[in-house]
Design a protein around this ligand. Structure first.
Ligand code: NAG
Ligand code: NAG
Ligand code: NAG
Ligand code: NAG
Ligand code: NAG
Ligand code: NAG
Ligand code: NAG
Ligand code: NAG
Ligand code: NAG
Length: 744
């Protein structure tokens, strides 16, 4: 029992949460299909006044809600509009051929309620007069009313849906009717038309809920009720009168509504709220944004009783769509921003892509270079360089970019020599040093060749002799290694001897000096360098001259390093015809004496000014060495001397040098002097000549002559000491040109 009560209480509480009945759990919230809302109520204390009583009759199965204590059924209820819909009886006046059969009118007493002006008063029939009267104000003796008449024949032009006086008539309902006494009568008792229209009908009906049809003449005999709207107000006072009194209902979120002219007041929710305005604070805020009843174009924000509209970033306006709202329009700056954003991101993407592409490409290139570097012995070279404790200053490994920049990307105009071995470019390094860059043609190198190449680069880069062209460095990153030499400016000795214009400048003393310097360089290579080097291609074309005619032995492309424990080396014969050692040609055994032979030919060329080998000459004179030896034997030295050397008397120095040349050209290598002996002898000749005839040093003043002498002496000493001190050779810093030995 207790449990049951608790249960009922709980359920009622849950159901009546939104109504006043929640204060009184015993109040019923519904009757049948009707939801009962305050100020209506069906139990004691549940309604505002007896005018709002709902009688719920449950004695016959389905519960039926009645308006007040009468017999009018409430079919709907809406406190927010202060309206209820009731089922109102139809009044009628019916006949058969014998006379009146049935007559009913309707009478209403509405209390606080009124007949809503949303109703029409309608009469149906072809012999019909219907009217109603009722009290509008508070005075029960003042009655107002109206009505209508409808007449027709069985043959009349009746129209479905038209209620304008033929078969059907209707009138509007005056405002504020609180009672009604409705009467319907027949003029002629429906004489002669009882078969198709036996009755007259009259009723109030909610507008739009009834359409006239010709069938209504008969079928309305079974229709008892029609829906009708009643509205109501609280009490008999206005808002202003009522608001300070006890029991005033429009509180909290509801307001008092005096749009209604009659006595009493009504409540309604504040705008933007919904609920039952007759219950304090039952009107709740409407979330228009959630419900979608807003008119915001972009952003809707709910506020108590209202909502606000705003536009997205970059747009401006009031954000509303309807009426004279400005809506949302994109700011001009937004277009710019968007355009800017889009374009910057596009550019950014493009840059990223390009960057990535370049990186990948560069990586590929770097890998390729590394491969070449490896292939060309770059690593070996690096090991050698670091292992030998040699400073990088002496054998610099250049990057491909450095040399590319130095040669202006191997520009044609930079080519200073071309031949079977490759191309030589003139280049300017970033420190403004002028260099000659040799791009060899040597391709596929075997492992041992690479080692040799590395050896040569290492050794040559260490040679610091004033009469040897200095190797500054190399580049291994290309497929073919690039060699970088100092730049020698004045061309080859060959150019000077054989070019008629130049040869006159080559006076005897200069020739002697060049010969001496060349011999010193070769001697140094043979004996003084850490590993003996055989040049293998000694010829005037490989002897470069700088502006002061200082000789520089160049082109070690064919040179061989002779391991210390070996005095001979079997190789393929290589060299230039005319300078080739005949013994080497026969035996393939390379020794330092091969260079002595070649140097002998150079001496002869200096003496005679003739080419080492020329097919223009008679057969016996073709090979200069042979011709020279032959002439010397015959005592005809004077006749074959260069015309510039044909002085009045043959100086003894020329004879001395000629004899030396003869010894160098001996067929057996063992019979030839060593390069050191040759150099010493030439130095002796030169020294004695300068001492005896200082004036002979043409083109040089005395100071220069002394300077030259001093230099030569120093060279001599340092070479004899077997120790090359680079500080001795101050002229090393002079840059001169590289050899172009195309004749190999
Ligand atoms: C209540 O509603 C149901 C279904 O909507 C309907 O069948 C029933 O007739 C209604 N009862 C009343 C009294 O109107
Ligand atoms: C309820 O309805 C029944 C039959 O419809 C009727 O007999 C009874 O008097 C009604 N009760 C009330 C209180 O109206
Ligand atoms: C007319 O109605 C009355 C009362 O219902 C009835 O007694 C009479 O027989 C009816 N007359 C005819 C002709 O149907
Ligand atoms: C009116 O409509 C009904 C059916 O709804 C039809 O039987 C009748 O003939 C119509 N009357 C006229 C005049 O069209
Ligand atoms: C309704 O009006 C009729 C005649 O017009 C009158 O006889 C009757 O007493 C009235 N009824 C009420 C309740 O006023
Ligand atoms: C009904 O018909 C009779 C005979 O046809 C006629 O005398 C009488 O006037 C008619 N009544 C009306 C109201 O038209
Ligand atoms: C009456 O007719 C109108 C239009 O012809 C229609 O919209 C309306 O629903 C009808 N009402 C009823 C109750 O049939
Ligand atoms: C208003 O109604 C009350 C009862 O509800 C009554 O006592 C009072 O006289 C009425 N006032 C007027 C002006 O009708
Ligand atoms: C809601 O706000 C808008 C503008 O802010 C205003 O025009 C409108 O009247 C307001 N509505 C309510 C119910 O306050």
């Amino acid at each position: 029992m207790l449990l049951n009560i608790l249960l009922v209480v709980a359920i009622a509480a849950a159901l009546g949460a939104a109504s006043a009945q929640s204060d009184w759990p015993k109040c019923e919230t519904s009757c049948g299909n009707l939801t009962i809302t305050y100020p209506f109520g069906s139990g004691e204390g549940c309604y505002y006044s007896s005018d709002f009583l709902v009688t719920c009759n449950r004695s016959s199965g389905e519960p039926i809600p009645f308006f007040r204590t009468g017999n009018i059924v409430i079919s709907n209820m809406s406190p927010s509009k202060s309206e209820i819909e009731v089922m109102m009886f139809v009044g009628r006046d019916c006949y058969n051929s014998s006379g009146l059969v049935r007559r009913t009118g309707t009478s209403l007493r509405l209390g606080s309620a009124r007949i809503s002006t949303k109703n029409r008063f309608v009469a149906i029939g072809c012999d019909t007069s219907a009217y109603f009267r009722g009290r509008r104000g508070n005075d029960p003796n003042v009655l107002d009313g109206t009505g209508c008449i409808s007449r027709c024949d069985s043959n009349s032009l009746l129209t479905n849906g038209s209620c304008s006086g033929v078969g059907c008539c209707e009138v509007a309902v005056p405002e504020g009717l609180r009672t009604s006494n409705m009467t319907v009568r027949s003029f002629d008792n429906h004489a002669n038309i009882t078969d198709f229209n036996p009755c007259s009908y009259a009723f109030f009906v909610e507008q739009g809920k009834f359409n006239f049809s010709t069938t209504n003449f008969l079928d309305f005999q079974s229709v008892n009720k029609m829906p009708m709207l009643l509205d109501w107000a609280i009490g008999n006072q206005t808002c202003d009168q009522a608001k300070d009194m006890d029991g005033f209902l429009c509180k909290g979120t509801s307001k008092c509504d005096q749009v209604y002219a009659g006595p009493g007041y009504r409540c309604s929710c504040l705008e933007g709220y919904e609920g039952n305005p007759y219950i304090e604070n039952d009107c709740k805020n409407i979330n228009e944004c959630e419900r979608g009843t807003h008119d915001c174009e972009h952003i809707c924000v709910d506020t108590p009783g209202n909502y606000t509209c705003s536009c997205r970033d970059g747009y401006s306006g009031d954000g509303r769509k309807n009426g004279d709202a400005t809506g949302c329009s994109a700011d001009q700056s937004t277009f710019i921003k968007i355009a800017l954003g889009v374009s910057t991101s596009a550019i950014f993407l493009f840059i990223c892509a390009t960057w990535l592409y370049l990186i990948l490409k560069k990586r590929k290139l770097v890998m390729l270079r590394e491969k070449f570097f490896r292939q060309n012995g770059g690593i070996m070279l690096e090991q050698r360089i670091s292992g030998d404790g040699i400073s990088h200053d002496q054998a610099k490994v250049f990057s491909i970019e450095e040399l590319k920049k130095a040669t202006n990307n191997y520009d044609e105009s930079r080519i200073i020599g071309k031949g079977g071995y490759g191309t030589v470019y003139k280049g300017v390094l970033s420190d403004n040093r002028i260099v000659a860059i040799k791009k060899s043609k040597l391709a596929d190198q075997t492992e041992s060749q690479i080692e040799q190449f590395v050896n040569e680069v290492v050794i040559l880069s260490q040679i610091n002799h004033r009469n040897v062209v200095k190797l500054i460095g190399c580049c291994m990153e290309t497929e073919i290694p690039l060699l970088v030499y100092e730049f020698i400016s004045n061309g080859t000795l060959s150019d000077h001897i054989h070019n008629k214009g130049n040869s006159s400048a080559l006076t005897w003393d200069i020739r002697l000096r060049i010969a001496t310097e060349t011999a010193e360089a070769l001697s140094y290579l043979h004996s003084a360098a850490s590993v003996p080097i055989i040049h293998r291609d000694v010829k005037p074309m490989n002897i470069l001259l700088d502006d002061n005619f200082i000789a520089k032995v160049a082109d070690f492309g064919a040179s061989k390093l002779i391991p210390v424990d070996q005095i001979e080396l079997a190789t393929l014969v290589q060299g230039t015809l005319g300078y080739l050692d005949p013994e080497y040609l026969q035996t393939n055994q390379l020794t330092d004496k091969s260079d002595v032979y070649s140097f002998g030919v150079v001496l002869v060329e200096l003496l005679t000014g003739k080419m080492a080998l020329s097919f223009d000459r008679p057969e016996e004179e073709r090979n200069l060495a042979m011709y020279f030896l032959f002439s010397l034997k015959q005592g005809r030295l004077f006749q074959i001397l260069d015309e510039h050397l044909q002085l009045n008397e043959v100086p003894s120095e020329i004879i001395q040098v000629s004899r030396l040349a003869e010894r160098c050209l001996r067929v057996r290598g063992d019979d030839r002097p060593t390069m050191k002996e040759v150099a010493n002898e030439l130095q002796g000749v030169l020294a004695s000549m300068i001492k005896e005839h200082p004036w002979v040093v043409t083109g040089l003043n005395e100071d220069e002559g002394e300077h030259l002498l001093k230099e030569l002496t120093t060279d001599y000493e340092s070479i004899h000491g077997g120790n090359v001190n680079s500080s001795t050779f101050d002229s090393m810093s002079q840059h001169t040109m590289l050899p172009i030995a195309s004749g190999r």
